[in-house]
Design a binder for this molecule. Structure first.
Ligand code: ADP
Length: 434
């Protein structure tokens, strides 16, 4: 039986029968344990919204995180009820229910969203979902409020104070779990970076020591100085990539929303890599569907992804090889593929190819690199609501493809809202107030 009757908002104890209440709290306890058992932010956020939906017996749940830098709330996860497309949009702080909950730092039940002037209708228009009622609670830790959880459309009757109590408790547990995950990821990234810096630094120390030797023949001194230079350049490249990845992972990268003609961008990137391709005697074969309309996204970010894929297609190709670039539209998506005739990627390496610092062991000695380019590319593309994929066969070549939604706008920043997360590619969307 669900509590379909209206309850006194001042009396949080009003409830359905005690046995049922006990069952619901027992379930809450189970969820709390589950939340504490993962340090993967993607899994965690999805668990939170699913748990919130089950506990409050509603149609959908969304989770918004607060970004202290631009003082905005961003959608970060939602249950699967609705299809893709909303992206990590920001909601207006001063004219949304989530904004109200966050600013007042207190829960809110809205029985009829249409009658509430705070309700931000745009999301319903975008998602084609009809929001009727909302129960929203802040996600608080002792020190700070991280964001808001909103349960949408109670399945039977209105949201009750019992629902509110359960969701508030879950939100408190969620906030702690999110903070733990963020701290863990931060330390994880720093540890990996330091580890990666060790190798070139060891090399540099050895070269510097050799250079100090007396009676070192001039030609050896020159060779060592050149090595030194190459290693310093490599370190420089690594630190730039580290910074970029750390910025992406912490949500501090700001992306523009501007119309980008992918066809034009492809041409521009091809021109840039042309000299490199020529040097390797690589032929380029380009098929661009000219009728493709612009996507909304960050030109600089998309260009960086294209350049990275094209540079890899040259770097890991064979001399005299070929690169085919294709841009086409298929229903509501744009597909860009870059195919090379290089050495390919072994099957057991494919699952790791987009992981930070991963380099195919057999290739790492042959071409210089940081193993960060594809990790960065993946984050940028996912920030545009897209996907990046790879297919490869050893000895035949590799095809990297990007799928981008052609109509929806990319969200304005890479990742939202909070400070040290490794954030998921958010696929589902919500019916709540945007
Ligand atoms: P980097 O090239 O700096 O090492 P990336 O993140 O761009 O880093 O690529 C990660 C790894 O994936 C590379 O080290 C290489 O082993 C492999 N790889 C990337 N692109 C290709 C490609 N087109 N063909 C074969 N291997 C590739």
């Amino acid at each position: 039986m669900s509590a379909a009757h209206k309850q006194d908002p001042e009396d949080p104890q009003v409830t359905s029968d005690p046995e049922r209440l006990l069952q619901r709290f027992a379930r809450l306890l189970e969820f709390s344990t589950e939340l504490a058992s993962t340090l993967d932010i993607e899994i965690l956020l999805n668990r939170i919204v699913e748990a919130a939906r089950e506990l409050t017996e509603c149609e959908a749940v969304s989770l918004l995180m607060y970004d202290p830098q631009d003082r905005q709330l961003y959608f970060q996860a939602a249950t699967d009820l609705l299809s893709d497309g909303l992206g990590r949009s920001a909601v207006p702080m001063d004219s949304s229910i989530a904004g109200w909950i966050f600013t007042h730092n207190e829960p809110l039940i809205v029985d009829d969203t249409l009658q509430d002037p705070r309700f931000f209708k745009e999301v319903d228009i975008l998602t084609k979902f009809q929001t009727r009622s909302i129960l929203g609670v802040p996600m608080r830790t002792k020190k700070t409020t991280l964001g808001v959880i909103e349960a949408v459309n109670k399945e039977h009757g209105p949201f009750t104070q019992e629902d509110r109590q359960l969701l508030e408790t879950l939100a408190g547990q969620s906030a702690i779990a999110i903070e733990n995950t963020m701290l863990f990821q931060q330390s994880d990234l720093v540890a990996e970076m330091v580890h990666e810096l060790r190798t070139p630094l060891t090399g540099l120390t050895a070269v510097a020591n050799l250079l100090q030797r007396e009676n070192l023949p001039e030609n050896q001194r020159i060779t060592l100085a050149q090595t030194l230079n190459v290693e310093v350049l490599r370190l420089n490249e690594m630190t730039t990539d580290f910074l970029e990845l750390a910025k992406l992972e912490s949500g501090r990268t700001r992306f523009n929303r501007e119309p980008v003609h992918l066809g034009g961008l492809v041409e521009e990137c091809l021109q840039i890599i042309q000299p490199q391709a020529k040097e390797e005697k690589i032929t380029m074969d380009v098929h661009v569907d000219r009728s493709i309309t612009p996507v909304h996204g960050d030109r600089k970010g998309l260009k960086q992804v294209l350049l990275n894929l094209l540079t890899n297609a040259i770097k890991y190709n064979v001399k005299g090889g070929r690169i085919s670039v294709r841009l086409k539209r298929k229903s509501k998506s744009l597909f860009l593929s870059i195919q090379d005739t290089g050495r390919g990627i072994p099957e057991d390496s494919l699952p790791y190819i987009f992981d930070r610092f991963y380099r195919v062991p057999t290739q790492s000695g042959e071409a210089s690199g940081t193993g960060l380019g594809l990790a960065i590319a993946k984050r940028i593309i996912e920030s545009h609501g897209g996907k990046i994929m790879v297919e490869s066969r050893v000895g035949e070549g590799s095809t990297f493809s990007i799928q981008l939604p052609s109509e929806t706008a990319a969200r304005q920043d890479t990742q939202p809202a909070f400070n040290y997360p490794r954030l998921p590619n958010w696929r589902s969307r919500t019916s709540t107030d945007k």
